[in-house]
Design a protein around this ligand. Structure first.
Ligand code: F6R
Length: 606
């Protein structure tokens, strides 16, 4: 999604802004631009395409002595990607960068057209820029306050006024924005990774607050002009973790970081060998009081919820409803007081997920956010928060953030089962100890990547692919299929193995690749018979199963063997195999692995 940056300080700001924008590239974008104070004017440069191919080529050499400006990477929503639709947008008097969507932009445009304003772009953003200009009467705070009273939707805005030289204003509603505090300089950014190289200290701007950044420092006011005191936060993520560190892609680096990421998620929530979530207020007593558990998220986060459902229902014998946030929010969900709603999100900013959280709260449920980004909107809104501690995930395609969400689901399922008396203390300890061994098993899977490269070399030309599995393996396959399609652009479907014969098997023809995940002994023979059925219809089968399984040629063309482990943990270990198959397939097809087409890292629009 779009990215915002802004700088006020002593240094020449063009390079600072462009560098910060590069750090936001991972969010997904199709044009980029900056606006800076140059003499008495605001100078804007913007271009369609990648920062280095568009914007940077257009920057006039040595003309920018400016020390204050704003910048943007745009992910088109209203109007195609083009130079004119790129941000910053304004009229020489007021200039803005905007994330989010202005829902009532048509009404505002009609109103302003009636007042004599003309519009050049197709964007909703231009209506805000012109509205600010309309209300501006020498006082920026007053103009901002009046404008945000009129606009509906989600937004974060970075604003400069020509008459208020070297000052950046910022305001937000629902789209995130942080304000960074450096040594004699300050920043705005849509996320902390943009400024990590320059400072770790930042404030989270809240709804209804206006930030004013100038040479004297940073001030926050409310919309009545009253000063707001805010807590200064310090980012714990280091610069290295937001860089590639020698790997060809962030995705590969993040896959390799999974053993550590899992430990960082699980270990702080284990006390004396048992799960313990009291840090966030989730006590055994509370767990016993819940009527029902809901798990809500989007994409990979929702897939981790599917794993949670299998685990919790199996171990704790309580019903779990898993829902896609964009469906949940519009179907008047049967959530009420006495329910627990677990909201899962890497970014903590996904618009649909955030709304699902708000609806759950309004309906009286208790909410538990499982998020990776500290201080994100979902983390701040929820009643209880668990941070997954995976470190920054830069690749658009989620890997380590998904794996730690799944690891959380395991520990959470153990805790619920134990709290409800469905497993005794020694069984709970045994399960926790088993989970603690998973990072080492994942490490073993990462040691030799040749099996995944081999599979990639066999499937990279395929038109379409099928993932099959039963139970937990089915839940994990959904994620495997999503990884493959999002980065390699090969169509794939994940299907419950036993359901194939009810229609989908007609897609199998000579040479169709099928990835069968069969890690569970109790279901192995069942899945194997589904595998034989597709094999006899010409499928080329890759089996992901225990190393110890003996397979003949009628079953599988190739086996990916997983290290010995208790069945329960094998699906979590198999995640790595599916991620690496997708990764090497995308690499062989020459795809932009870290920035797949049409996708954004943080989906802050509906
Ligand atoms: C896929 C992927 C997405 C996200 C989804 C939710 O690789 O990353 O499916 O999982 O957009 O994002 P968060 O977790 O930030 O709410």
């Amino acid at each position: 999604m779009c990215g915002i940056v802004g700088y006020v300080g002593k240094e020449r700001c063009t390079d600072i802004l462009v560098d910060a924008l590069r750090k936001l590239e991972y969010r997904g974008y199709d044009s980029a631009g900056i606006a800076v104070f140059e003499g008495d004017r605001i100078k804007t440069v913007k271009a369609k395409g990648k920062i280095d191919e568009g914007l940077v080529k257009k920057l006039p050499q040595a003309t920018f002595s400016a020390t204050c400006g704003i910048g943007h990477t745009r992910w088109a929503t209203h109007g195609e990607p083009s130079d004119v639709n790129a941000h910053p947008i304004g009229n020489g008097r007021v200039c803005i960068v905007h994330n989010g969507i202005i829902e009532n932009y048509r009404e505002i445009k009609t109103f302003l057209t009636g007042k004599g304003y003309g519009f050049e772009s197709e964007t909703d953003t231009e209506t805000v820029a012109k509205l600010l200009d309309y209300y501006y009467n020498g006082d920026p705070i007053e103009a901002i306050t009046k404008a945000i009273e009129d606009i509906e939707g989600a937004y974060s805005l970075g604003i400069i006024f020509r008459e208020h030289k070297n000052t950046v204003y910022a305001v937000r509603k629902d789209s995130p924005l942080i304000v960074g505090k450096g040594d004699g300089e300050s920043y705005i950014a849509s996320d902390v990774t943009a400024i990590l190289e320059r400072t770790r200290d930042y404030y989270c701007l809240e709804r209804g607050e206006i930030a004013v950044l100038d040479k004297s420092g940073i001030r926050f006011t409310d919309t009545h002009g009253e000063t707001v005191e805010k807590e200064l936060l310090t980012a714990t993520w280091d610069v290295e973790s937001a860089q590639k560190g020698g790997y060809e892609h962030f995705m590969l680096k993040e896959i390799n970081e999974q053993p550590d990421a899992l430990r960082n998620t699980v270990s702080p929530r284990i006390k004396d060998g048992l799960p313990n979530f009291e840090e966030c207020g989730l006590t055994a007593e509370k767990i016993r009081s819940y009527r029902q558990i809901f798990i809500v998220g989007c994409g990979s986060a929702m897939h981790s919820g599917m794993v949670g459902k299998y685990l919790i229902e199996d171990l704790a014998r309580v019903p779990v409803v898993v829902d896609i946030a964009s469906e949940f929010r519009y179907r008047n969900p049967l959530v009420s007081e006495g329910d627990l709603v677990v909201i899962i999100s890497q970014s903590g900013e996904t618009a649909d997920t955030l709304e699902a959280l708000k609806i759950s709260k309004r309906k009286g449920a208790e909410t538990l956010a499982v998020v990776n980004v500290v201080g994100s909107s979902i983390a701040r809104e929820a009643d209880m928060v668990i941070y997954t501690n995976a470190g920054p995930e830069i690749s658009v395609c989620s890997t380590k953030a998904y794996a730690v969400q799944v690891a959380f689901m395991y520990l959470f399922a153990f805790e619920v089962a134990y709290a409800l008396g469905k497993i005794d203390e020694s069984e709970c300890r045994r399960l926790v100890a088993g989970l603690e061994e998973v990072p080492q098993k994942i490490k073993e899977c990462l040691e030799d990547v040749s099996p995944y490269q081999y599979v990639a070399s066999k499937i990279f030309n395929a038109q379409s692919l099928m993932y099959i599995g039963r139970g937990l393996d089915n839940a994990l396959s959904m994620e495997g299929s999503l990884k493959l399609k999002e980065i390699s652009y090969i169509h794939s479907e994940a299907y419950a193995a036993g359901e194939l014969k009810h229609g989908t098997i007609s897609l199998i023809e000579e040479g169709t690749p099928v990835i069968a995940v069969a890690t569970q002994s109790a279901l192995f023979e069942k899945t194997l018979s589904n595998v034989r059925t597709v094999k006899s219809r010409g499928a080329k089968v890759v089996m992901i199963c225990k190393e110890s399984e003996q397979l003949d040629k009628e079953c599988a063309d190739f086996k990916i063997g997983l290290p010995a482990s208790e069945d329960l943990f094998l699906p979590l270990i198999s995640v790595v195999a599916m991620q690496l198959i997708a990764y090497y397939t995308a690499v062989q097809r020459g795809c932009d692995v870290d920035k797949p087409r049409n996708l954004a890292k943080s989906v802050t629009v509906e």
